[in-house]
Design a protein around this ligand. Structure first.
Ligand code: PLP
Length: 237
């Protein structure tokens, strides 16, 4: 087996263990492999090991990779912050977008979604750690934004997404995920047909699964660490 296949198996085992601890069926947590900064060959390797859904943060980088992987049936998720000038490409080339935090962006994606494709699956991103620098709408603003997004014809609101602040010793790692889950449940209770909590990364997938995550987004634990250089390049995208 390749190194990526080994790591994928290790991540799958972590998800299964966490599900067992949480009293959940492992089939209730989807694995999104975050391939940003890694090349098409790395994606191909993961696909050969059975991985189908891939997450990307940078539009140009993702389109180049997709072009090299046309022979595979993959599902592409845009998980980065969404700028207005990128919505057309995201609407045309992705199956999901997780970072919806403004109605204007959602409206553009809906208007620009090509008619030969099904509605774009989306998640509203919520800032559950309360830091000014992070993207995502405030928990208070989420219900109104979700209702408005759910009404757009060419989008299908699937649920909520969050990127909590990194775990620090002495704090409750599950608290931000719990907040997300409470919000998710209250939106469902008011009638929105949601099925996705997109939360949990390489460092905190267990805490996320304990609090109900249905989709973990894992980069480092599958593909290895990203180099500083690529992060710098990519922050321009
Ligand atoms: C990079 C990224 C991930 C993956 O993070 P890892 O810590 O490498 O697992 C998940 N979600 C988003 C939004 C990201 O930008």
């Amino acid at each position: 087996m390749t190194r990526i296949a080994d790591r994928l198996n290790a991540v799958r085992a972590r998800i299964e263990r966490a599900c067992t601890l949480a009293g959940r069926d492992a089939g209730t947590v989807a694995l999104l492999a975050v391939s940003k900064t890694f090349d098409a060959d790395a994606v191909r390797e993961a696909a050969a090991a059975g991985q189908r859904a891939f997450g990307e943060n940078y539009v140009q980088e993702a389109l180049a990779k997709q072009a090299m992987l046309r022979d595979l049936r993959l599902e592409w998720h845009f998980i980065g912050p969404i700028q207005s000038n990128k919505t057309r490409d995201i609407a045309a080339h992705f199956d999901w977008a997780h970072g919806i935090d403004r109605l204007k962006i959602a409206q553009r994606l809906s208007d620009q979604r090509p008619y030969d494709l099904p509605p774009l699956d989306v998640c509203v991103q919520v800032n559950v750690s309360g830091e000014a620098s992070k993207s995502g709408c405030t928990p208070d603003a989420a219900p109104a934004l979700c209702r408005a997004v759910a009404a757009l014809p060419r989008l299908r609101l699937r649920g909520l997404m969050a990127i909590p602040a990194p775990i620090t010793p002495g704090t409750d790692a599950r608290a931000p995920f719990r907040l997300l889950r409470v919000l998710f449940e209250s939106l469902k209770a008011e009638g929105l047909a949601l099925d996705t909590i997109s939360a949990g990364m390489s460092e905190d997938l267990e805490a996320a699964i304990m609090e109900g995550s249905t989709m973990v987004r894992i980069g480092t634990a599958i593909f290895g660490s990203r180099t500083r250089a690529s992060d710098d390049v990519d922050s321009r995208a």
